[in-house]
Design a binder for this molecule. Structure first.
Ligand code: MG
Length: 481
C-alpha cells in the first residue's frame, strides 16, 4: 500500500468517524437529521411518448433517460386531463372535484382558469409548499402558476416564498388575429408580440409581453440560483415549465437541434434544463439528499399536430379521459435512496403531496379528504404502491375508473369537443390496460363481474364525494382584466 493510499484510507475513516459523531451529537441534543429537499419538475402538455426512455423515435432526451436509469421510471403514473385541475391536484393531493376545479356554465364552461378569472385555488387549501414551509423549508415556484391570477390567489398566498414565472398559459391574452378554433396561424409562426402575457417576480410584472423563447432558459437559471442559495437549509422547488405547451418556443441554440422538428427542439431544451438542475444539485453536494420528480401536467395537445407531441401507444391526448390524456412520463431520482427500477405500480401526482409531507416530517391535514397516498415504500424498494384505483374526471363528471389493470369508461369524448363526440356508455366499456394499454379491445362482455365491481366502486365514490364550488365560471368584467 502506498503512503498516498494509506492517507486516503485514513481520510475516509476520519470522514466516516466525524459523520458518526455528527449524527450522535444531533441525536443527543434531540435534533432530527435534516429532511430531504424536494424538487418537482413539471412539463406542460408533454405526452407519454415524447421522451427517448418512453419510446420517442425522434426526440433525444439523454439527461432524462439517464435520470430514469439511475432512478425509477414509472409507466402507470396519472395526472388530470387539463392544466389548472392538474396543478391543483398535484399541489393539494386532492381530486379537482373537491377543490372546485371545474366549470358548469352551459355549453362553454371554461376548463381552466382564464386570464380574466375572478377566482383561484382557495387560499384555505393546503399545498405542499404550505406544509413544507411550516417545517422550515425554503419554498419556490419557478414557472407557470395557473391557479388564479388575482393577487390574493398568487403563489405567495399558497406557501411559496418566491415566484418567478407566468400567472397562466403563454397562449392567453392573444393579440394576433384569432382565426377559427385551433387553426390560428399565430400558433404555427409564434412571435412574442402575438400574446400579451406578463412575466412576474413575486407578483410584480418584470416583462410584458414575455419573450417566450427565453422561458426555459430563464426558468432554469432561476431554479439553479435558488438551489445554490439554499444549500444549508431544506428546500422545496416547484419548477413548472411553460413548455412544450403551444405556442412552441426555444432558445436560439436549440433551433434545429432535434430530428423531431420544433416540438422536438423544445423537449430537447427541457432535457438539457433537467440535466442542469441535476448537475447543480451534484455540484452543491445535495444530490444524495434531494428527491427530484419529473412529470407532465397532462397528455399531448393532439389537435395541434406536429406542434402537439405524442402519447406513444396510448389512446388520445390532453382534454380526454383516455389514457393518453392522463398518463404521463414520470421519473423519480434520489441517488442512494430511490431504488433504480422500471415501476409498473400505479401512482398519481396527488401522491406527491402525501409523499413529500411524510419525507419532511409534516402531517397532511386531517380536516379534509386527501386523495394522495404515500409512495415511499415503492420508491425505496421496501414495498409496493398503495394506490390501486384511479378516478378519471372531466369537469364534474366521473368519466372512467381504473382498479388494478381494469378500466371502465362511463363517458368518452375527443378533446374539447373535437373529434369523437361525447358518448355515454351503458353498459360501460371495459379495457384490460395490462395487455391493451391503447384501449382498443372492449372486453366488457367477457367480464361482467369485473364491470359490476367497478360500477359499484364508482357509485360508492360518487355518493361520498363532496363537490367544491365550481370556480372556473366566475370571470372578471372586461374593464378589470
Ligand atoms: Mg397543460
Amino acid at each position: 500500500m502506498t503512503s498516498a493510499t494509506r492517507s486516503l484510507r485514513r481520510g475516509g475513516w476520519l470522514l466516516l468517524g466525524s459523520a458518526i459523531v455528527a449524527i450522535a451529537a444531533a441525536t443527543l441534543i434531540g435534533q432530527r437529521p435534516q429532511p430531504p429537499n424536494i424538487v418537482i419538475i413539471l412539463a406542460d402538455d408533454l405526452g407519454y411518448g415524447d421522451l427517448g426512455s418512453f419510446g420517442s423515435p425522434n426526440i433525444r432526451t439523454p439527461r432524462l433517460d439517464a435520470m430514469a436509469a439511475a432512478g425509477q421510471k414509472w409507466t402507470n403514473f396519472y395526472v388530470q386531463p387539463v392544466c389548472s385541475p392538474s396543478r391543483a391536484a398535484l399541489l393539494t393531493g386532492r381530486l379537482p372535484i373537491r377543490t372546485g376545479m371545474y366549470g358548469v356554465a352551459a355549453g362553454t364552461a371554461p376548463k381552466v382558469f382564464r386570464d380574466n378569472a375572478a377566482q383561484g385555488l382557495a387560499p384555505e387549501e393546503v399545498t405542499i409548499a404550505d406544509l413544507l414551509k411550516a417545517r422550515g423549508y425554503a419554498t419556490a415556484i419557478v414557472g407557470k402558476w395557473h391557479l388564479g391570477q388575482q393577487r390574493q390567489f398568487l403563489p405567495m398566498n399558497q406557501g411559496f416564498d418566491y415566484w418567478f414565472g407566468l400567472p397562466y398559459s403563454h397562449d392567453m391574452r392573444m393579440t394576433a388575429p384569432r382565426e377559427k378554433g385551433l387553426q390560428s396561424a399565430a400558433y404555427y409562426d409564434p412571435k412574442p408580440e402575438y400574446w400579451n402575457v406578463a412575466l412576474m417576480r413575486n407578483g410584480d410584472v418584470i416583462e410584458q409581453p414575455v419573450d417566450h423563447r427565453t422561458l426555459t432558459k430563464r426558468y432554469t437559471e432561476e431554479a439553479v440560483r435558488f438551489i445554490n442559495e439554499n444549500r444549508s437549509r431544506p428546500f422545496f422547488l416547484y419548477l413548472a415549465h411553460s413548455l412544450p405547451h403551444i405556442p412552441l418556443a426555444r432558445s436560439p441554440e436549440f433551433v434545429g437541434h432535434s430530428a423531431g422538428g420544433i416540438y422536438g427542439d423544445v423537449v430537447e431544451e427541457l432535457d438539457a434544463s433537467t440535466g442542469r438542475i441535476l448537475d447543480a444539485l451534484k455540484a452543491a453536494g445535495l444530490d444524495r439528499r434531494t428527491l427530484v420528480v419529473f412529470t407532465s401536467d397532462n397528455g399531448p395537445w393532439l389537435p395541434f399536430g406536429a406542434h402537439g407531441g405524442s402519447a406513444g401507444p396510448l389512446r388520445e391526448g390532453k382534454g380526454t379521459t383516455w389514457e393518453g390524456g392522463v398518463r404521463t412520463p414520470a421519473i423519480f431520482w434520489w441517488p442512494g435512496t430511490v431504488k433504480p427500477a422500471v415501476v409498473t405500480d400505479i401512482g398519481s401526482a396527488m401522491d406527491l403531496f402525501v409523499t413529500a409531507a411524510n419525507l419532511a416530517g409534516a402531517e397532511p391535514p386531517a380536516d379534509r379528504v386527501i386523495d394522495g397516498v404515500d409512495l415511499r415504500a415503492r420508491l425505496t424498494g421496501s414495498g409496493s404502491s398503495p394506490r390501486h384505483t384511479v378516478f378519471y374526471y372531466w369537469d364534474s363528471e366521473l368519466r372512467a375508473l381504473r382498479k388494478g389493470n381494469y378500466k371502465v369508461h362511463f363517458i368518452t369524448s375527443g378533446a374539447y369537443g373535437d373529434g369523437e363526440p361525447r358518448r355515454e356508455h351503458n353498459p360501460p366499456l371495459l379495457f384490460n390496460l395490462a395487455d391493451d394499454p391503447g384501449e382498443r379491445h372492449d372486453v366488457a362482455a367477457a367480464h361482467p363481474d369485473v364491470v359490476a365491481d367497478l360500477v359499484r366502486e364508482a357509485e360508492m365514490h360518487r355518493k361520498n364525494v363532496v363537490a367544491g364550488r365550481p370556480l372556473f365560471d366566475e370571470l372578471l368584467p372586461a374593464q378589470q382584466r
